[in-house]
Design a protein around this ligand. Structure first.
Ligand SMILES: Cc1cc2nc3c(=O)[nH]c(=O)nc-3n(C[C@H](O)[C@H](O)[C@H](O)COP(=O)(O)OP(=O)(O)OC[C@H]3O[C@@H](n4cnc5c(N)ncnc54)[C@H](O)[C@@H]3O)c2cc1C
Length: 388
């Protein structure tokens, strides 16, 4: 079977590319190894799909060449995706830091993309595992459902995270097969594990959430941190995981913006317990453990100013030496990918292999938490869709 375009992967970027190419009158076939499309979209944003972000720029992405995203982002903006949603009567809302979510269910986004694909005339083969890609005048894609040929081939296979939802390494292998570079691949937006010693101490805090500022070097995120049985998770942790070098310790300000020194020294003549004061600012379970570990059980009037200062330093700069990061099974995205030096930022086409395109998470573009990864999938899929 011969088409103008074959797209491997019916995820966010592949579906957007299929819509745009189909609208231009190209014959499009999407090959998907799973039984249904858009599986990551369905679980995204806790089931509400954080589909984009009102505040969008290269500074929200990690890549060896961060400016690579500028061209595609300028041609497909958050408003463009919102316009699609509104055309389909899908309601959405904005949360903190410009994060855009659906009101009822991520499945509305998946259904919208699929119906737009069908309207644009795109065809699908599901449960179709690709075994080989060959290139002569056109591309030949060998699968367990037969051999397919096309003039353009789009690799939209995503990253390595969540293999249970279809992630695999085909996209990276395809790039290497055609002598394109792939940067180092790491789990990102992932929980961080305690060292074995800290796990013994802090696992009892599982379920406790604290708003904190979590930093490594100059990079810092202020958001919630959630204790788990094995380590720390929550938005602040997922964000810093993409930047963490896996060797350095992390600094946690447990009371960002709070002048806890003034609050405590203001009670220096009081008989109130330190833990009673800290309970006003931090969850009780955390305060109990923290005081057991770091503070003598005595009233405020028996603490010296130096002792109070030391306690405050500890609360503003808890130095945590993690045991590692969780792997691809728990990471929302993959850091790294097909090196952008080998891709056109305008078209997503390989500079080495005419007709071969890479879109979405398979590229060396990783968004911060907050709708940036899905927006990159839409924008890069849209860009390639204009040229395939
Ligand atoms: C739990 C979770 C929650 C997330 N929440 C958000 C969120 O709220 N907002 C946000 O911006 N990002 C979120 N992300 C990240 C976002 O979902 C991805 O970055 C985005 O889906 C990437 O799109 P993609 O098209 O590149 O890849 P995917 O959406 O992963 O699609 C790739 C497709 O290719 C198929 N495929 C792979 N290999 C082959 C092969 N060999 N043959 C055929 N098909 C193949 C896969 O089955 C899959 O369907 C989340 C990720 C996870 C895991």
């Amino acid at each position: 079977m011969q088409t103008d375009v074959i797209i491997i992967g019916a995820g966010a970027s592949g579906l957007m590319c299929a819509i745009e190419a189909g609208k231009r009158g190209r014959s499009v076939l999407v090959l998907e190894q799973g039984g249904k499309p858009a599986r990551k979209i369905l679980v995204s944003g806790g089931g509400l799909c954080n589909f984009s972000n009102r505040i969008m720029g290269p500074e929200h992405f990690l890549s060896q060449n961060r400016d690579f995203v500028t061209s595609a982002l300028s041609r497909f903006t958050p408003s463009d995706f919102v316009f699609m949603l509104e055309e389909h009567g899908i309601e959405y809302h904005e949360r903190e830091e410009g994060r855009l979510f659906c009101n009822d269910s991520a499945s509305r986004v998946a259904d919208m993309l699929l119906s737009e694909c069908y309207r644009a005339g795109a065809g699908f083969e599901f449960n179709c595992a690709v075994s080989a890609i060959k290139k002569s005048d056109s591309f030949t894609v060998e699968t367990d459902k037969g051999i397919f040929k096309s003039k353009s081939l789009v690799i939209a296979t995503g990253g390595l995270s969540y293999p249970q939802l279809g992630a695999g390494g085909l996209g990276y292998l395809a790039a290497k097969q055609f002598a394109m570079k792939v940067t180092k691949l790491l789990p990102a937006l992932t929980p961080i594990k305690f060292s074995p010693e800290d796990a013994r101490v802090f696992s009892s805090l599982s379920g406790v959430s604290i708003r904190c500022a979590l930093s490594q070097g100059a990079t810092s995120f202020t958001d919630n941190l959630l204790f788990t049985h094995t380590g720390i998770s929550g938005p602040a942790v997922l964000q810093i995981s993409s930047y963490w070098d896996r060797k350095s310790s992390l600094s946690i300000d447990l009371l960002p913006g709070v002048d806890i020194y003034s609050a405590l020294t203001g009670n220096k003549s009081s008989k109130v317990l330190l833990s009673t004061l800290l309970n006003r600012y931090l969850p009780k379970r955390f305060v109990k453990l923290w005081c057991d570990l770091h503070c003598a059980p005595k009233p405020m009037n028996r603490y010296s100013t130096q002792e109070i200062a030391a306690i405050c330093r500890g609360l503003h700069d808890w130095v945590l030496r993690p045991g590692g990061a969780e792997g691809f099974n728990k990471a929302e995205v993959t850091l790294g990918g097909v090196d952008t030096v080998d891709l056109s930022s305008k078209t997503m086409e390989s500079r080495k292999v005419p007709g071969l395109y890479f879109v979405g998470e398979v590229t060396d573009v990783t968004g911060r938490l907050g709708g940036y990864n899905l927006h990159w999938a839409w924008a890069s899929g849209h860009a390639a869709g204009q040229f395939v």
